[in-house]
Design a protein around this ligand. Structure first.
Ligand code: KG4
Ligand code: ZN
Length: 334
């Protein structure tokens, strides 16, 4: 049987990314053009700037990926693209690039959900065993997703307010750390100690939902109080205390869900999966558990197109095809 190649495009937020995957699980090339530097001085992603950068970077990134792989568009079996969720103007650039390529080269087109991509990033490392649970922790999502088979996603718990990454970014802003704040807090937390007892939002008994807005407010209030009293709080300790609360809730609920659903694997996905504290806590919690813990390498945690190719390849082989009316959908459901 001949090898199958899927080329994928991801432009949902602030990275322009193109990747090629062979036979669903083998990474051929993974090019990511980050825009972080352009958004930094605004303290967050500016949608209009993101769209313009995607337009500038799209062709360059595509050419770089093909060159790196030593392949042409004619070698591809299908073109996959993130159709949502994300910033509409940013998504539109990728969707239209994918449609143009597919139309010009007469290739099948596949639309991919960004979070399905984050989950499938793990399959580039290790084969899935069902049922599995995925702890999705990104800038826009925090949820526990149950998968009984390929391409089927059941959300058993999700955040009721802020996403974990969003909480990291907001707390980082109040600590006057540069964007994106998650990695900054992570770095500071390694040097600090949990000296402040921040709340943990366990919610109702048995709930797999999350809530981080109360924690975010608690951090902001504590910083205000310290300022009024002229009390010096070490930013390292604030970061360590905040991180301890987030990591405690995420890892505890993940393990409880894994046990209740009796899953074979727990897959961690999304930008916050890069967090050192979370990785360590999960490793400790799942030690001796029946459930195998999979955490992707750092370069597959944050946004990339390899994950979209991995999810897109499965969708393609299941027979999913997008029409020429494929559109960016900022609020797409999993
Ligand atoms: O998955 P992702 O790259 O983009 C979205 O789909 O949202 O996630 C980005 C989020 C940001 O909120 C960023 O601050 C957070 O992931 N993040 C981290 C770390 N690296 C990225 N949060 C905590 N610790 C990290 N090391
Ligand atoms: Zn993402």
């Amino acid at each position: 049987k001949e090898d199958q190649y899927i080329l994928a495009i991801e432009t949902s937020c602030d990275e322009t990314a193109v990747a090629i995957v062979r036979n669903e699980t083998e990474l051929v090339t993974n090019i990511v053009a980050s825009q972080i530097e352009s958004h930094k001085r605004f303290g967050g992603v500016v949608p209009e700037i993101a769209s313009r950068h995607h337009i500038e970077q799209m062709t360059i990134t595509l050419e770089e990926a093909l060159e790196d792989a030593g392949m042409t568009l004619d070698d591809m079996d299908a073109i996959a693209v993130t159709e949502g969720p994300g910033l509409v103007g940013a998504l539109l650039v990728g969707v239209n690039a994918a449609k143009s390529i597919a139309f010009a080269k007469q290739k099948p087109l596949v639309g991919v959900h960004h979070i399905a991509g984050h989950i499938y990033a793990n399959r580039l490392e290790k084969e899935f065993e069902f049922p599995l649970l995925s702890l999705v922790v990104s800038g826009g999502h925090t949820e526990l997703v149950l998968m009984r088979e390929h391409g089927s996603f059941e959300i058993i718990g999700e955040t009721r307010d802020d996403a974990a990454g969003e909480a990291y970014d907001k707390v980082a802003r109040t600590l006057k750390l540069p964007y994106p704040g998650g990695p900054q807090i992570d770095r500071l937390a390694q040097e600090g100690e949990e000296t402040i007892d921040f709340p943990r939002a366990w919610l109702e008994d048995g709930s797999y939902d999350f809530s981080f807005s109360g924690l975010k407010s608690a951090v902001i209030n504590r910083l205000h109080k310290a300022k009024q009293r002229d009390e010096h709080l070490k930013p390292e300790d604030v970061a360590a205390s905040f991180q301890a609360s987030v990591v405690d809730v995420l890892s505890t609920k993940a393990l409880r869900a894994a046990e209740e659903y009796g899953v074979k694997q727990m897959i961690v996905a999304g930008g916050v999966a890069a967090n050192k504290g979370l990785r360590a806590a999960l490793q400790e919690k799942f030690e001796g558990s029946e459930t195998e813990l999979l955490i992707p390498p750092l370069h597959l945690c944050t946004d990339n197109a390899a994950m979209i190719a991995a999810a897109g390849a499965v969708a393609y082989n299941q027979g999913h095809r997008a029409g020429w009316d494929l559109n960016a959908n900022p609020g797409l459901d999993l």
